[in-house]
Design a protein around this ligand. Sequence first.
Ligand code: HEC
Ligand code: HEC
Ligand code: HEC
Ligand code: HEC
Ligand code: HEC
Ligand code: HEC
Ligand code: HEC
Length: 403
Amino acid sequence: MKKIRFLFALVVLAVLLSNCTSKSDEYIDPRGTDYAGSESCIQCHQTQYESAFHSSHFKASAPATKENILGHFSNGKNTFIYDQNTKLVMEERNDSLYQVVYKNGKEVKAYPFEILFGTKHAQTSAYWKNHFTYELPVSYYKSINSWATSPGYSATIPNFEREIDKECFACHSSNIASRYVTTSSDSITFMTMEVEEFMNKKTLLYGIDCERCHGPAKKHVQTHLKFPDLKMAQDIVAFKNLNRQQKIDACALCHSGNAKMKLKSRFKFRPGEKLTDYFMERSGTPDTVNYDVHGNQMGLLSQSKCFIKSPTMDCMSCHNPHQNASQNLGSYSKICMSCHQQTKHKAATVKSLSKTMLANNCVECHMPKQDSKAIYFQQSNKAPITSYSLRTHKIGIYRAVKK
Ligand code: HEC
Ligand code: HEC
Ligand code: HEC
Ligand code: HEC
Ligand code: HEC
Ligand code: HEC
Ligand code: HEC
């Protein structure tokens, strides 16, 4: 019996070995041979992998599978009304998901959900047509647990023609390659020549992965596999050795709004580099009044006295880069108090809340939720406009606190 088992084990081993050598199914990263891919990090960095893998960063874009999609496809919850004759229905057909437009009960068009953007508060979708991606007109919002117009879309006419450009991918994914292609040219006059940026579907790497933040790490992986006793990190940028501005830039790359880019793509940024090499200088004085709570945590934080007056504060003072923002607002109060033990509120402020409430709710009063001016939506043509609200990163004194 023992012998048979041993033989069986040998056979299994042989099969495994031959598989390894013959198939050579080594991971090839679309970014190039200096990238190793996130899967390769697990063996040595399980803690970071396990938290990052479940984070919104990893899901900032994803394939539109039934598991990943947040909105409803069941009767009663899957319809958007444009007018009495026109409706849009989310439908599942042969394992694929679609937005289908009906006019007077008759189907007029159907577009598939192919790429998802967003996971924490909202999710919008796109489909591929030739070498371009287009946004679907209806998105899912968690605050209402329902479908509503995609940001900036009409609630009276379904529009499937708005392109999702490479910039969306540059903040929501780890890679997409593109090239400029001359689409229609008059070889004599060049008058009608058009240059378009074709995106290559096969090179899309969904989500923000380890190497999007840490830079290419193939060499790091190879070195540590070869010398497993090495305790000092080799061939990788160490955040702990970066200065404050460099740390901030690694987050501000995607968290400082729609900064105008120089010719360099966001995808090319590596930790340690300067964002001023990527972003155009804002001309004149920055329009700080219009910094939006959506997407511009850096712009808002940089207006806070806390940030201006403390030489060490950066995003990591309050966030673990491998985890989502904490749901527990009390945990942030502890961070506030690490610098503000001495704060004495005025009698009127103290009177408004119990002592413990005051101690646990710094964020509620000093980083209140505010409506985005860039994003709002409608649940149907007749529904009122709903705002999208996020916590401001401009830490300050606010009179009115919105719950
Ligand atoms: C064979 C083991 C091994 C693999 C695989 C590996 N690393 Fe590491 N890594 C190490 C060791 C050892 C250190 C140094 C000790 C530490 O910080 O954990 C390290 C440190 C790091 C650091 C911290 C650097 C510093 O000094 O602050 C980063 C970032 C990092 N690795 C990223 C990655 C990424 C991304 C991957 C996957 C692409 C990866 N590692 C794969 C072994 C490995
Ligand atoms: C490549 C672009 C990119 C970079 C770089 C980046 N982020 Fe993000 N971050 C995003 C996007 C996109 C989301 C929204 C994810 C979603 O909900 O779909 C996000 C979400 C977050 C969230 C909210 C997650 C949650 O669910 O609570 C925090 C906090 C955050 N980022 C902090 C950071 C910090 C800190 C850094 C720097 C270490 C950083 N980000 C770097 C793009 C980026
Ligand atoms: C959103 C950007 C981002 C992503 C995604 C990300 N990291 Fe990090 N990572 C950082 C930053 C920033 C630090 C430095 C933290 C600090 O200084 O407090 C860091 C630190 C580390 C360290 C040093 C030890 C530690 O935990 O501080 C390791 C190891 C590491 N990351 C590995 C990984 C691996 C593996 C992945 C993918 C599973 C990953 N990181 C994904 C931004 C990121
Ligand atoms: C400059 C970087 C950047 C660009 C460009 C960008 N986003 Fe985002 N997006 C973010 C960040 C950061 C967040 C999360 C934090 C926030 O809302 O402030 C986010 C949030 C979202 C969300 C909601 C996710 C959530 O639940 O928080 C959706 C949906 C989304 N973006 C879609 C898009 C689409 C579609 C495009 C292109 C038209 C786009 N984004 C362009 C950075 C960017
Ligand atoms: C790294 C230290 C640090 C942290 C952490 C910190 N602050 Fe501050 N904060 C400061 C400094 C320094 C000032 C400026 C004090 C001054 O001007 O005398 C300040 C100022 C303030 C002010 C006055 C703002 C104004 O416009 O007058 C408020 C309110 C405040 N902080 C609340 C908070 C809250 C709430 C948190 C947590 C979310 C927090 N702080 C986290 C250092 C910090
Ligand atoms: C003083 C603490 C503090 C600092 C510094 C800080 N944040 Fe936050 N951040 C918070 C708090 C508090 C929340 C709200 C958590 C919640 O409501 O669940 C938050 C939420 C977020 C979110 C999620 C937005 C949402 O509403 O879901 C993003 C994205 C984010 N922070 C990015 C950043 C970035 C990027 C930086 C650096 C530029 C940064 N934060 C610096 C305290 C901080
Ligand atoms: C109920 C809302 C509320 C809560 C909760 C709250 N604050 Fe305040 N805070 C205020 C108001 C209003 C002011 C301005 C009037 C005053 O000083 O009482 C203020 C003022 C401040 C100032 C500026 C004081 C100065 O001398 O300029 C700081 C710093 C501050 N708060 C920090 C904190 C911290 C840290 C926490 C959590 C431990 C916190 N606050 C909790 C409402 C609040």
